[in-house]
Design a protein around this ligand. Structure first.
Ligand code: NOJ
Length: 542
């Protein structure tokens, strides 16, 4: 089994990373161009968001052929070159497997539409009349989760966009097809997989209305999900690889089962509870300031419980579905640098494998868009319409998107201060925020105090200190609001991490790290008061 505890994984949103051919969209050659940068940063695995053939309604999470590269991203030769060039630099590739659904343009779905029974069984079709969907479940992108096909007199289930039809995992042929896809990429030299929304693959045998919610309680961590994952991993021969499952609205108990090595399912899971602390009543489209007490409570709970039961967390703040963390839980104006570094420290020294989403290592901020024309994301555009229909004004709906849209994480990577942030020589498919003129790699490379250099230090520290990768964790100052502090310990070695999550000073008493050396921090002076967004790491190591 590959060790994944001392590794750092970097996520590339292919479409926004680097455009090598001037068409305005990021591509595989663009990633190859920038491999030296990733090596310099110190990452081990590169998770690439999907670049497979796709109509790109959901930016590649709607795959129409799992074995073909979409021409806008490049060719199979490019992908082979990427894998080889990364390996040459000591880095490995992790590919994104979207196995809950396919695009409705996938050949399987097209053959289903053409009336082939075999392929209708690949999806979840139900007979019905146009006025009555089989259940009242809601799609995660808004509206009912079923779409009607008049020619067939049937509905099909789509938990996401109507162009993303859910696969029928209860059909063994579907499971065989998906194992084959994994074997194909494994044979190409891919060393890890990220599984998109993998905990919603197992649907109930009886479909019924949900009178308490949107239907998710019937299919989240569904009845046969553990069985299907075990089978997939064993039969595809990927048990020794690094695997991460994206888990939608999951539970701790299930994540323990997904990741406890004895279960032989996955290396680690992404769970999102800590990223809902600014949702009002759990609703992403209603704003509230982040509940920092809740944030601390959730991070602590997942750390402690996963540790007790030998589970393993993927630790992260950002991805292509989330707003930028420095704008969300930090202060991207007055304490931009301090809060970005503090948030990085919080995550990187926890017990788990850290993920960096492209640009997070620069302190990239939210997009700051002011007009609906600037948005591209299918979910944002759907919800903008829904919000207006439900009575919100344009100004209110735009403010919600400004804070919540997935496009905040999808703006072009900020390479330098030249036009379009050095992302493309053409017209970018989505605009960078104005601040790329000072927030960019070129500027941060030459500033020893930059966020970029701080990330490098955090990554190196993980490589040097087994207490970070292997150590136990215990939490400190649990009753002091705004302070997120913990102790890591391993074979007689201690490491203390203290973070001020707030923008004001906090005084602490009886600090257990007294006498230890400060080995990292975002303030140079050694005050006994925690300054706004201060972060400090104390240990015996240099
Ligand atoms: C989760 C992915 O991260 C997201 O971008 C996508 O829209 C949904 N899964 C559906 O595939």
């Amino acid at each position: 089994m590959t060790n994944f505890k001392d590794k750092v994984i970097y996520q590339i949103y292919t479409k926004s990373f680097r455009d090598s051919n001037g068409d305005g969209l990021g591509d595989i050659q663009g990633v190859i161009e920038k491999l030296d940068y990733l090596k310099e940063l110190g990452v081990d695995y590169i998770w690439m968001t999907p670049f497979f053939q796709s109509p790109l309604n959901d930016n590649g999470y709607d795959i129409s052929d799992y074995r073909t590269i979409d021409p806008v991203f490049g060719t199979m030769e490019d992908v082979e070159e990427l894998i080889a060039q990364a390996e040459r630099r000591g880095m490995s590739l992790m590919f994104d497997m979207v196995f809950n659904h396919t695009s409705t343009e996938h050949e399987w779905f097209q053959r289903a539409l053409a009336g082939e029974k075999k392929y209708q069984d690949y999806y979840i079709f139900r007979d019905g009349t146009p006025d009555a969907p089989p259940t009242n479940w809601e799609s995660k992108f808004g509206g009912n989760a079923w779409a009607y096909v008049p020619e067939l007199g049937k509905w099909y289930l789509h938990l996401y966009d109507r162009t993303q039809a859910d696969l029928n995992w209860d059909n063994p042929e579907v499971r065989e097809e998906l194992k084959d896809v994994l074997r194909f990429w494994k044979a190409k030299g891919v060393k890890g997989f990220r599984f998109d929304v993998i905990n919603v693959i197992s649907k109930p045998t009886i479909f019924q209305d949900d009178n308490q919610g949107d239907g998710r309680r019937f299919y989240t961590d569904g009845p046969r999900v553990h069985e299907y994952l075990k089978e997939l991993v064993a039969d595809a021969g990927i048990g020794g690889m690094v695997t991460v499952g994206e888990m939608s609205s999951t539970s701790l108990d299930n994540c323990i089962r997904y990741t406890n090595p004895a279960e032989k399912e996955l290396s680690m899971t992404f769970s999102f509870h800590h990223l809902k602390v600014d949702y009002k009543n759990g609703n992403k489209w209603e704003l509230q300031p982040p509940d920092l007490a809740k944030l601390k409570e959730l991070l602590t709970l997942w750390q402690i419980e996963m540790q007790k039961a030998n589970g393993w967390n993927a630790v992260f703040w950002c991805n292509h579905d989330q707003p930028r963390v420095v704008s969300r839980f930090g202060d991207d104006q007055r304490y931009w640098k301090e809060s970005a570094k503090m948030l990085a420290t919080c995550i990187h020294l926890l017990r788990g494998t850290p993920y960096i989403f492209q640009g997070e290592e620069l302190g990239m901020t939210n997009a700051g868009y002011t007009s609906i024309d600037q948005y591209r994301d299918v979910e944002s555009l759907n919800y903008y319409r829904i919000m207006l229909q439900s009575g919100k004004t344009e100004t209110e709906a735009l403010e919600i998107l400004r804070q919540r849209s997935r496009d905040n994480g999808r703006t072009p990577m900020q390479w330098d201060s030249s036009v379009n942030a050095g992302f493309t020589k053409g017209i970018p498919w989505i605009m960078p925020p104005e601040n790329f003129r000072h927030i960019n790699i070129q500027a941060e490379r030459s500033d020893p105090d930059s966020i970029l250099h701080y990330y490098k230090k955090l990554i190196q520290l993980r490589k040097q200190e087994p207490v970070i990768s292997e150590g136990q964790i215990a939490f400190l100052y649990q009753d002091v609001p705004g302070v997120f502090a913990y102790r890591r310990f391993h074979q007689g070695q201690d490491l203390f991490v203290v973070n001020n999550l707030t923008g004001y000073d906090i005084a602490l008493n009886n600090m257990p790290w007294t006498g230890f050396q400060k080995i990292l921090g975002n303030y140079t002076d050694d005050s006994t008061i925690l300054r706004p967004y201060e972060s400090a790491v104390y240990g015996p190591c240099k």
